[in-house]
Design a protein around this ligand. Structure first.
Ligand code: ZN
Length: 216
């Protein structure tokens, strides 16, 4: 059982639904097209590693990228919810890294194959402790910052999301249910890049929290 901490309580985590290509500058830096519908994929709860833990890059990749993302904790079951009501289903926010084996993902993309072997590996989802929604008045105005060995790599703002948290919950819940304890990752701003053995990663989101992991 994988749990996260919300205001001192341990919450069992279900699936982690992730959004690709939700910041225009990040789409540009990877040379991708802007999607007309959200790009959705899932990481299993076994991919979670807590802050203070260690990331292990699988031997089948030589290009693991960091992606800092705002993580949204679903508080009650959401199926086909409207954008207007969507934030009522949120119970907290956290800091996540969507670690991605970019070389493996590129090969999968070329072949038209699913991304899981690039996205769902063990330790691919470092997560911070979460804070309640009362701490985050506006999820669309939060500064996200990621440093590697003290050097700033990503420094963006959730105001630059192409689809808001509410719009994402509405869209994803039209494809499949988001259950209490599920987590939604909302895409990454520009500045993604390679991490290597021995690196120290620190991710912070204003008002939300801080996450620190080292790479084995
Ligand atoms: Zn991502």
């Amino acid at each position: 059982m994988h749990t996260i901490n919300l205001d001192g309580r341990n919450i069992p985590v279900g699936k982690i639904a992730c959004i690709g290509r939700n910041y225009a500058e990040h789409i540009k830096e990877l040379g991708n097209k802007t999607p007309d519908k959200p790009v959705v994929f899932i990481k299993p709860p076994s991919s979670i590693v807590d802050s203070g833990g260690t990331v292990v890059i699988p031997a089948y990749s030589s290009n693991c990228h960091h992606e800092i993302e705002l993580a949204v904790l679903i508080g009650r079951n959401a199926k086909e919810v409207s954008t207007e009501k969507a934030l009522d289903y949120v119970s907290g926010y956290g800091v996540a890294l969507d670690l991605t084996l970019r070389d493996v993902q590129n090969t999968q993309k070329e072949k038209g194959l699913p991304w899981e072997i690039a996205k769902a590996f063990d330790t691919s989802c470092p997560l911070s402790a979460f804070v309640g929604t009362d701490q985050v008045a506006d999820p669309q105005n939060l500064q996200l910052k990621l440093t590697v060995n003290g050097q700033v790599r990503q420094d963006g703002n959730s105001s630059d999301m192409m689809r808001t948290v509410a719009e994402l919950i509405a869209a994803v819940s039209s494809y499949f249910i988001l259950e209490a304890g599920d987590i939604l990752l909302t895409g990454t701003p520009a500045g993604v890049g390679k991490i290597m053995s021995g690196d120290q990663l620190e991710a912070t989101i204003e008002k939300v929290g801080r996450l620190q992991v080292s790479v084995e």
